[in-house]
Design a protein around this ligand. Structure first.
Ligand SMILES: [Zn+2]
Length: 268
């Protein structure tokens, strides 16, 4: 599933392609699963003919900010935004100067919400989100105050209402970086450990954005190219391979139905 670094890469690339351009037309090929709070007619009436002011991101949501309305899109499992049509096109956005964006989504979990600019903060999908890494709210103090939870720390990192944007891959990598065992209770972290984790989350996300995200499943950049962060994994997908720090074998357990990769020797 695309996580913060992949969505941020898409945001940056799309901004270069379409920011400042007017939407000439749009076509919804799959309204049943995709449109969550509007009809195709409403969507067209709200944004066709409007200029795209900015491409923004909140957690794993992409925000197409038009003059009066915002189209909020979550890619979920397999959604991709591409500059060329692919096999499972669900939505086509035709901008001026022959710039067309295709939303491709093989598994149809992608979700689109329409909001006015004024009501954006009230959108239930966004309201639930926790602190945004790279924002002013992401401070050590805010981070620590949310750790007051009995959740396992790995599951805490995946909980979008605590810190938003971190998914399974980056949670594993950040815990390795911070040398914290994934099964620890969130509230049990010492102040040194919480500081290490706070910093590791930012560091991992920043590096992954530099490498244009991780392509191990369906994720592609809008150009169709692959992200490259998978070459930098220290633990994810490395079962039984030697730990980069202590050379012991990497372990795997399941938490909340997701695989967690970690080093038993140097994460405690
Ligand atoms: Zn190790």
């Amino acid at each position: 599933m695309p996580e913060l670094p992949e969505v941020e890469t898409i945001r940056q690339d799309l901004e270069q392609e379409i920011a400042g351009k007017t939407l000439r037309d749009l076509e919804v090929k799959e309204r049943l699963h995709l449109l969550k709070n509007c009809s195709e007619r409403e969507l067209k009436r709200s944004v066709v003919g409007q200029r795209l002011i900015a491409m923004k991101r909140r957690g794993k949501y992409l925000l197409f900010c038009f003059e009066k309305f915002v189209v909020v899109l979550h890619l979920r499992m397999s959604g991709r935004l591409l500059l060329e049509p692919a096999k499972h096109t669900r939505l086509i956005l035709e901008f001026e100067k022959n710039k067309t964006i295709y939303f491709d989504d093989a598994r149809r979990f992608g979700a689109l919400y329409l909001s006015s600019q004024e009501e954006l903060e009230k959108l239930p999908a966004l309201q639930k989100l926790g602190i945004e890494p790279f924002s002013k709210e992401y401070s050590l103090r805010n981070f620590r105050s949310r750790l007051n939870s009995r959740q396992e720390i790995k599951r805490w990192l995946l909980d979008q209402s605590k810190v938003t944007g971190v998914g399974n891959i980056y949670a594993c990598e950040a815990l390795f970086e911070a040398r914290i065992g994934p099964e620890r209770e969130a509230s049990s972290l010492s102040s040194q450990e919480s500081k290490r984790l706070f910093e590791a989350v930012l560091q991992i996300l920043r590096r992954a954005i530099e490498f244009k995200g991780t392509s191990i499943e369906s994720y592609r950049m809008p150009s169709g190219e692959l992200g490259n962060f998978q070459k930098n994994f220290k633990v994810y997908g490395r079962l039984k391979e030697p730990c980069h720090r202590c050379h012991g074998p990497i372990s795997r357990i399941t938490q909340g139905g997701r695989s967690t990769y970690f080093c038993r020797a140097c994460q405690s």
